[in-house]
Design a binder for this molecule. Structure first.
Ligand SMILES: [Fe+2]
Ligand SMILES: [Fe+2]
Length: 481
């Protein structure tokens, strides 16, 4: 057996042992909450049986999570973090539901907590699966006290769990669209109220008592509101403790209250304006190829943050015709310019920014040459010029975000310097930028497909005329065709 396989088996065994301990903990706490007594240790058989059942649920979820974590959308989160986030959410969801069920009503289960928080922190599909696991666990743990005495009392518990799970599924779909924190909370509140008729219908399955129907409908809304309150309080904690970059947290980075952006705006206004334009283009491209548009936008905002260390060395920040490069030899000028990628990377790492954003700052020029100075030296030097001295250190883009920023960065700077005359010249120029990057091997490791690049080209060609506020002569382009 290979060393790798042994390691994998050992890792899985350790995780299973931890999951069993978590299952036992959940069952013991769940039983204490359900039976409303600390004296549950006489029920050893029940504890063991329930623990094994809940462990089986947890293990099934582990297999699902393991399968899901191989998909590209979950690659940014380490597997250990994924497990920690998912299982703490599930355990809290189960215990909250047991408490709410036994002290309030079995129709007031805040199972929507699990679907929403796991959906926000990990993925909607994982949130739905986590809700099923939580609901099933509550269903197994909660009737234990009632089952022995009165079988009929189990019916409301089963139907209450069902209602809680349905609420969770409906809520999970709320976060499919990228709302703000405020809109998400209001949306969830509206869904809470909208679930009341559903709860009333489910109650009619076991009783025609109008009072019970109304009570259960109100309790369902209360359970969902409890879920929203707990999410509102715990989401920022989860984001900080596990360092998860949700869309909400990413949105908070792109305000002028963010110290690095504030500094860029004050010290390098030209770079700031360029970065905003790149961010707009990058966000559009991200939407086109189906990756996170917020992440792309934030990468655009921060990609040239390193320029804030020496703003005057970059043409977009020079005023009154003064150019410090006129007083420097080209080799020094190049080192001043190329330094902004590593400087930016270090600044962003020090500010604990997401890995994708740090990488975009470091990789957005790849290992390409600063052609202006290279050509200048070549024209005045006799003999060979070492082109490596005129190149960025790299590495080439290793993420889709870095690659998008690379393409959008060149296009924005190019069209700002010389706006395209018509649609045809615009398409030709964008095509040239992408082809030259491919030929140089800059896009070899970024994961973009040819289809992605085609979509990026189309998106930039659509977005550039709007950003230039200049009417491009489409008719001229048509005539030429
Ligand atoms: Fe740059
Ligand atoms: Fe740039």
């Amino acid at each position: 057996m290979s060393e790798e396989k042994k390691q994998a088996i050992l890792r899985t065994s350790v995780i299973m042992a931890i999951l069993f301990v978590v299952a036992v903990f959940t069952v013991i706490c769940g039983m204490i909450l359900t039976l409303k007594t600390w004296n549950i240790f006489g029920e050893v058989v029940k504890i063991v049986t329930l623990s094994v059942i809940v462990f089986v649920f947890y293990a099934v979820f582990y297999v699902y999570l393991n399968y899901s974590s191989n998909s590209r959308s979950l690659e940014s989160m380490s597997k250990n973090k994924l497990l920690a986030v998912a299982y703490t959410c599930i355990t809290i969801g189960i215990l909250l539901s047991c408490a709410s069920g036994s002290y309030l009503s079995w129709f007031a289960l805040p199972l929507a907590f699990v679907s929403l928080i796991v959906g926000i922190l990990i993925r909607v599909r994982v949130g739905v699966m986590a809700t099923v696991i939580s609901g099933m666990s509550v269903l197994i743990i909660s009737p234990v006290s009632e089952l022995v005495q009165d079988g009929a009392a189990v019916i409301p518990i089963v139907l209450g769990c069902m209602t809680g799970m349905i609420s969770g599924f409906v809520m999970a779909f709320l976060i499919r669209k990228r709302y703000s924190r405020f809109k998400m909370t209001w949306g969830a509140l509206i869904v809470s109220l909208a679930m009341m008729p559903m709860s009333a219908l489910i109650t009619l399955l076991y009783t025609l008592d109008a009072g019970e129907v109304l009570r259960n409908a109100i309790f369902t809304a209360m359970g969902n509101m409890l879920a929203i309150a707990v999410i509102t309080a715990s989401l920022p904690l989860y984001e900080r403790i596990f360092n998860v970059w949700t869309d909400f947290r990413l949105q908070e980075l792109i305000t002028l209250r963010q110290p690095l952006l504030k500094k860029l705006n004050e010290d390098a206004p030209g770079t700031f304006s360029h970065s905003m334009a790149v961010a707009n283009l990058a966000e559009n491209c991200a939407v086109a190829i189906g990756i996170n548009p917020y992440m792309a936008r934030v990468c655009g905002y921060f990609h040239d943050i390193g320029k804030s260390k020496n703003p005057k060395f970059f043409v977009e920040n020079q005023k009154d015709g003064y150019n410090p490069h006129d007083e420097l030899i080209p080799e020094v000028s190049v080192s001043m310019i190329t330094r902004h990628t590593t400087a930016g990377y270090e600044m962003l790492r020090a500010a604990h920014m997401p890995e994708e954003i740090c990488k975009a700052a470091l990789e957005h020029h790849g290992d390409s040459a600063v052609s202006y100075f290279y050509m200048k030296v070549k024209s005045i030097t006799e003999g060979e010029v070492d082109d490596k001295e005129f190149c960025y250190e790299g590495p080439c883009p290793t993420t889709k975000y870095s690659a998008i920023i690379m393409i959008c960065d060149i296009c924005e700077a190019m069209f700002r310097a010389k706006p395209p005359e018509d649609m045809e010249s615009l398409e030709k120029a964008v095509d040239g930028v992408i082809k030259s990057r491919i030929n140089e091997g800059q896009l070899d490791d970024c994961g973009l497909t040819m289809r992605d690049l085609k979509l990026i080209k189309q998106t930039i060609c659509r977005a550039i005329p709007a950003s230039m506020h200049k009417r491009i002569d489409y008719d001229k382009a048509k005539e030429r065709r």
